[in-house]
Design a protein around this ligand. Structure first.
Ligand code: X2X
Length: 336
């Protein structure tokens, strides 16, 4: 065992900067950036994100080295958003609904039952609605890439009872991600929502701090939430995606030709990741049932009617304002 004297510590401390300069490998990347996210390693977001990072390294001749940190390894979504803003993290994929704590209009795609299907989602998010939100994101020191990654249509799970009708949500203790829209929506259903980051969700369900949560099938599977939940109700109550965000200063520190490679590769991976989620949606019910999750069918129109009756659409139309609401309705039709 080495015993450090006060003197040797001081000497080591003084020598450290010189040592680190000398030890910098000759092949160190010019831009060694971190990409953080909340999904597990096996989620298509990370599988395709890692592929993009590898292509970027190759196509930039090693100038850009993006390390992927899945599973909220660098902190919860709330923490990581702060790190992204300060530049401690350079890239981060985040749900627009959570981003809305900084950029209010970013939660607009989460309006209950807004998108009928993916045939409405991608033209809107890759088109006028996405551009509207990206312009607002840009005003907050962040840069959003052109293509969102898919999270998916969200479904409600429960450990205590099957949720068959909106009335079953009365007083139901449900975890929602930290976002005013999510809280508002589940209050409108009459539930008792608690804001909890995804990194704490499994344990919140396991310890019965809450009885349920809501997420797309791919997150329920890769996050193993079926281990701590019994029932899944197919509500498709909202569509949710991940913005690929960059800290603007770190982004602009890269030359334009390098930026073009990075964005093109992560956008290309977004397209394949969307296809992965579409394929998973076709098979995950069987997978999850085989793991013990019981699927419950319901009439989603009842849930939508409950939101309308509670004044949810009127409230959010007012909050988002007429201009943004029109961009949404242009994409999905009249809402309420
Ligand atoms: O936190 C969630 O529930 C998740 C994984 O779906 C999001 O990132 C919004």
């Amino acid at each position: 065992m080495t015993r450090l004297t006060r003197r040797s510590v001081l000497v080591a401390g003084a020598a450290l900067p010189l040592f680190s300069i000398n030890s910098r490998p000759a092949h160190a990347a010019e831009f060694a950036y971190k990409f953080a996210n909340n999904a597990t390693d096996s989620h298509p977001l990370n599988v395709r994100g890692k592929e993009a990072a590898a292509r970027v390294k190759e196509k930039t001749g090693g100038r850009v080295d993006i390390q992927v940190f899945p599973n909220s390894q660098l902190g919860s979504d709330t923490d990581t958003l702060s790190q992204l803003r300060s530049g401690a993290v350079e890239f981060f994929t985040l749900s627009g609904l959570i981003l809305s704590t900084l950029v209010p209009v970013a939660s607009i795609n989460g309006i209950g039952f807004a998108f009928k299907d993916y045939g409405q989602v991608w033209p809107a998010m890759d088109g006028a609605l996405g551009s509207h939100v990206r312009a607002e994101i840009a005003k907050r020191g962040l840069y959003a890439f052109g293509k969102q990654y898919d999270n998916g249509y969200r479904q409600i799970t429960s450990s205590t009872k099957p949720i068959k009708t909106p009335e079953d949500l009365n007083g139901f203790k449900i975890r929602v991600p930290p976002s005013p829209l999510w809280t508002s929506m589940f209050k409108a259903f009459g539930a008792a929502p608690t804001s909890i980051n995804f990194s704490e969700t499994y344990s919140a369900l396991q310890t019965r701090l809450v009885d349920g949560q809501e997420n797309p099938l791919a997150i329920i599977e890769t996050g193993k939430l079926y281990e701590v939940q019994k029932y899944l109700t197919v509500t498709n109550h909202m569509w949710d995606g991940f913005w690929f965000l960059a800290n603007k200063k770190a982004w602009e520190a890269m030359p334009a030709d390098v930026r073009a490679i990075v964005e093109a590769e992560f956008n290309a991976s977004a397209i394949t990741q969307r296809e992965d989620i579409a394929k998973l949606n076709a098979t995950l019910q069987g997978t999850l049932e085989s793991k013990g999750l019981q699927f419950v069918q319901t009439d989603a129109a009842l849930f939508r009617a409950a939101l309308k009756k509670a004044g949810f659409y009127a409230e959010w139309k007012e909050k988002f304002g007429a201009e943004a609401w029109k961009v949404l309705e242009d994409a999905v039709g009249g809402l309420a």
